[in-house]
Design a protein around this ligand. Sequence first.
Ligand code: NAI
Ligand SMILES: C[N+](C)(C)CC(=O)CC(=O)[O-]
Length: 321
Amino acid sequence: MRFITNIKTFAALGSGVIGSGWVSRALAHGLDVVAWDPAPGAEAALRKRVANAWAALEQQGLAPGASQDRLRFVTTIEDCVKDADFIQESAPERLELKLQLHSQISAAAKPDALIGSSTSGLLPSEFYEGSTHPERCVVGHPFNPVYLLPLVEVVGGKNTAPEAIQAAIEVYESLGMRPLHVRKEVPGFIADRLLEALWREALHLVNDGVATTGEIDDAIRFGAGLRWSFMGTFLTYTLAGGDAGMRHFMAQFGPALQLPWTYLPAPELTEKLIDDVVDGTSEQLGNHSISALERYRDDCLLAVLEAVKTTKAKHGMNFAE
Ligand SMILES: NC(=O)C1=CN([C@@H]2O[C@H](COP(=O)(O)OP(=O)(O)OC[C@H]3O[C@@H](n4cnc5c(N)ncnc54)[C@H](O)[C@@H]3O)[C@@H](O)[C@H]2O)C=CC1
Ligand SMILES: C[N+](C)(C)CC(=O)CC(=O)[O-]
């Protein structure tokens, strides 16, 4: 089975936070982009978000011919996908909606154009159930901001051809990403299983009055957050075992796993908890706008990415290692 991997035209369905991130990344890689989103004012909002991301993308380096002018916004799903070489859906996270949308997308798309979904954890076997040529349908789960963060989890469903997984990996790599093939189709995939566990514990800490949202964010960004950009938990904890490594680490800290430190099931989202989280994060935002904070985040990410890349090179490693 052959799928299009040398892509020239990228279709984006849904142009919110994640869809606009895909559009920005594809434009920066010199592609023509066609976008569709049913919300009133979606085109203006999309162009604004792309413009806000562009400075970071310029700093990272644009592909020859890359331009925001190569974005075309259309009013039907069919016009969005019919000439596309690659299609990425970033619609709201609702199974019924994605099921219906993908039956329409896949019926109008070229049969050898790959279709990716940005879903954070729904199962591709379920929402591609009604799709035409489901063998070319995958999950490509990105991370926000999509135009800077390299990770994309690639997940197949029961009808996805192994060649489609490989082809999707190739396409995402051509967009400068670091695909991770999630070999077993499970809800939440790999990364969101981990992020969700942290998020639940953070909500419990607020709910129990242990810490404010700002204090919890400080606990992340001045500690583990710094090292997570270049070393994951398993290797970090191997070093934490000293010369005796992971075996000693497990012996020393294993018993703590039996202590009731963590709650894991989510706390009930009471009005009070929601208010505490919203008030706490509003205080953290201060008088910065979301778009100003996005630019600040992008600058920090560019600096971290560059530092990690340079340091890896010093140790004879490439960035994707
Ligand atoms: N926000 C995040 O941090 C991440 C979200 N995702 C996934 O990306 C997808 C989109 O999420 P966000 O961009 O955050 O949501 P969003 O709410 O920012 O954007 C969703 C967009 O879809 C549009 N839309 C509504 N009905 C639609 C339809 N029938 N067809 C196509 N578009 C439609 C909305 O007008 C809106 O612009 C979801 O599947 C989500 O799980 C993945 C990674 C991270
Ligand atoms: C909150 N979320 C589950 C939608 C987050 C993601 O899917 C990935 C991210 O960018 O954190």
